[in-house]
Design a protein around this ligand. Structure first.
Ligand SMILES: Nc1nc2c(ncn2[C@@H]2O[C@H](COP(=O)(O)OP(=O)(O)OP(=O)(O)O)[C@@H](O)[C@H]2O)c(=O)[nH]1
Ligand SMILES: [Mg+2]
Length: 413
């Protein structure tokens, strides 16, 4: 049953990825993220959970990992900086759905000689579960690293190490103090490294929730990658949309400027607007039939359009005319507005202004309609988490932090 679940998500994600159809440019710009995602998918297929240790230097990260399997896999030293690079070791599991645990040891995040701390953070951030090792009360740097993992939606466990150096009566107070500094609603576990505490705790987590943690992390990585891809695509479309809107306002402005005595040609103007909406729909990959263009028109508030028009139209002071000159200059493609009476300029300005507003509003309407139709990892995450207990609070944080629409409005023209 459980076996099926992990396979199901592997095939869903694999299939999703194969239908993504990235351009070479996208592959190049997102190279690092794609590699990480592929590694994650591989671990999902092979049922290998990854647990990463992170913390200040010398707190005992390597020692804690060694104690998990009673094996000296990672180098330890009394001198800080005994771990200089990420080290990985694999441990095979028997009689479980998961085949193995990959342990990642990391250098202290505050160690002065590490080359690129971001890379180390990022490697650990790709773990399915993070052991944040501390030795005593936590300081500001530790809190900020913990918050970063939480914001990234990671499952973390605080391991309180070196308790033999503490007085027994201080231990309780230290734990209380750490708790005070952690976000209250998340219930981050603080586990004391004492005898077999950590090992028992992790054995329990891995056997009960190992698969779902691996699945969730894979979905989260897919979701983050998908957001990046969408962002890249929207940025590209934004440029195209902007230049299309610019072109249409130029056409409109120049027809108006060439016929300064004829007031707005309503029919011609409507035809141009419709053509603009159709062009924008093509850019956003939406196939519009006649009916839906009308719907888009309907949804764009007429008030919004006229507000812009009246702002330009009412005030005809000389200053405004000068401003209008500057405004229209880049769009009139060498057609000089100078010989004409100010009315032509104002008409041209109105044409430009209203076309731009129309374009912006239409792009938003089109974007809302053009939501990517195929499977979205985000939907899969939403569907899993709400059925699961307290231990998945971190996913709720992830979901609430990730506000899709707010992210994307800024990439519209
Ligand atoms: N007293 C005591 N010493 C410990 C404990 N755990 C680790 N140590 C010692 O602390 C020192 C540092 O331990 P490491 O495991 O190398 O620490 P680390 O966090 O991996 O250090 P870096 O890799 O240098 O960042 C070593 O001398 C360990 O023997 C503990 O629980 N109690
Ligand atoms: Mg170490």
């Amino acid at each position: 049953m459980k076996q099926l679940k992990i396979n199901k998500y592997y095939f869903l994600l694999k299939n999703w990825w194969e239908t993504m159809d990235l351009t070479n440019y996208e592959k190049r710009t997102l190279n690092r993220e794609i590699i990480s995602f592929n590694q994650q998918i591989y671990r999902l297929k092979e049922k290998k959970i990854r647990i990463g240790a992170y913390g200040k230097s010398g707190v005992g990260k390597s020692s804690v990992l060694n104690s998990l399997f009673n094996k000296n896999m990672f180098k330890t030293n009394i001198i800080n900086g005994s771990t200089r690079e990420i080290q990985a070791e694999e441990y095979t599991l028997k009689d479980q759905t998961l085949k193995s645990i990959e342990l990642l040891d990391s250098p202290g995040f505050d160690f002065c000689n590490i080359k690129s701390p971001e890379k180390i953070y990022s490697r650990i951030n790709h773990s399915d579960l993070i052991l944040f090792v501390v030795a005593g009360d936590i300081n500001r740097n530790e809190i900020s690293e913990i918050s970063a993992f939480i914001k990234d939606g990671k499952k973390i466990i605080i391991v309180l190490n070196k308790i033999d150096l503490l007085k027994k009566e201080d231990l309780k107070e230290i734990i209380e103090n750490i708790k005070l500094k952690l976000p209250k609603d998340l219930n981050i576990p603080i586990i004391i490294n004492n005898e077999n505490n950590i090992r028992n705790y992790l054995a329990n987590i891995v056997s009960q929730y190992g698969e779902i943690l691996l699945i969730l992390n894979s979905l989260q990585l897919a979701d983050k990658l998908f957001l990046k891809i969408k962002e890249e695509r929207l940025k590209k479309r934004q440029k195209l949309a902007q230049s299309t809107i610019g072109k249409f306002s130029t056409i409109k402005a120049s027809t108006v400027a060439l016929n300064p005595l004829i007031l707005f040609d309503i029919a011609g103007s409507f035809a141009l607007d419709t053509a603009l909406i159709n062009e924008l729909s093509k850019i956003y990959g939406l196939n519009l039939k006649g009916e839906s263009t009308r719907k888009i028109f309907k949804n764009i508030s007429i008030n919004n359009l006229f507000l812009g028009v009246s702002q330009v139209g009412i005030n005809t002071s000389f200053n405004l005319i000068k401003k209008v000159f500057l405004l229209t200059a880049p769009f009139t493609n060498g057609i000089s507005l100078l010989p004409y009476v100010p009315i032509a300029i104002i008409q041209a300005a109105i044409a430009i202004h209203s076309t731009k507003i129309l374009g912006k509003l239409a792009a938003k309407e089109i974007f809302i309609r053009s939501k990517f139709s195929h499977m979205d990892p985000f939907i899969l995450i939403q569907n899993i988490t709400f059925k699961e207990p307290d231990i998945f609070n971190h996913i709720n944080i992830y979901l609430s932090k990730r506000n899709l629409n707010n992210n994307f409005v800024s990439f519209l023209p």
